[in-house]
Design a protein around this ligand. Sequence first.
Ligand code: GDP
Ligand code: MN
Length: 386
Amino acid sequence: MNLHEYQARDILRRHGIPVPDGEVVTTAAAARAAAERMGGAVVVKAQVHAGGRGKAGGVRVVKTPTEAEAVAEAILGMTIKDLPVQKVLVTPAVDIASESYVAIIVDRVSQRPVLMVSPAGGIDIEEVAARAPQQIHRVAIDPRYGLLAHQALALGFTLHRDLQHARAAAAVMQRLYTAVYDAGASLAEINPLVTTSDGKLLALDAKIVVDDNELERRPELAALRDVSAEAPAEVRAREAGLTFIKLVGTVGCCVNGAGLAMATMDLVKYYGGEPANFLDIGGSSNPQKVVSALQIITADRAVKAILFNIFGGITRCDDVANGIVQATGQFPLIVPIVIRLTGTNELEAVRILTKAGFSALTDMDEAVKQAVAAAQGDGGGGGTAA
Ligand code: GDP
Ligand code: MN
């Protein structure tokens, strides 16, 4: 779950990381009033679950409340990466002397939280990684001991030459680790962490992603979810109990089980296609889930063919078949569908599907080849290995 910047800032502040004040508002007039209270010079920042807001024009530094009102008006009408801006954060403008980058991510390779810092702050870390990888410094944190003072200070010195700033940065790093641990975060990023012209250290931006699996035992964090700011397809999928991730391709995939879903995506790519999504309908037997899944997939205009890949174990193939028949009765498909089912109640499923005018395959390679070909518009069959 993504938190908004203002929510992430509150968490950092509670952990003792210096963060400027801020007010979240939903109207231009309220932005003006907030700017007046803050003495005029403020930053108006779009609160959306997207990075690179600055580049998109969603972060603006202004000198007067009148300007704050005008830019708030403009930002509140913006859409950044398909997400409409509904709230802006107004925060006192800071005189920046230097910008650095500090983040903690859970890293698969080291199987640990990794603290990653760079003196090249304020720009995307991907850009730094591409242009100047030597400017990124890392340490893997042993969860038994946490981030140790000397580790933090060593990284503090990669950001600042003088002891005072290095120490202050190290303190931010240690507090950030505690925040990550307490929030069950998979990522926490401060970009930029700045020094001001009067020598202070401040976190000007904050991004926290909470691992969804941690929300059950952290109701106070779960309550921060802002459904109105999430992609509609992802909200619908979550409400329907599906695991769904939108991707950029054209083959809509509907699969049971995360492992099979990954294998299906790999095979789609192997045969020259691009998956439009990851979608796991889970291990339950429930035609309604299939209906919801098809609703979500068909709502995506980029989808040019739909691929069902079901390995019936606990999931019964006949339930999936019934779901497909029900769904296509409710909303006729405008793109080709390729169905592969095997396992529990497979024969019954084939009977249900055939009766409704669908054909069903049992071979996964064949199904994927057909779906890729259908998405590429040559009407099924064929498809060559990459
Ligand atoms: P992002 O583009 O979504 O990462 O948004 P940020 O909050 O990181 O803002 C982008 C950039 O705006 C920062 O890197 C800063 O350079 C600049 N910025 C943000 N707040 C201030 C501020 O208070 N004063 C000044 N001068 N610049 C700011
Ligand atoms: Mn930023």
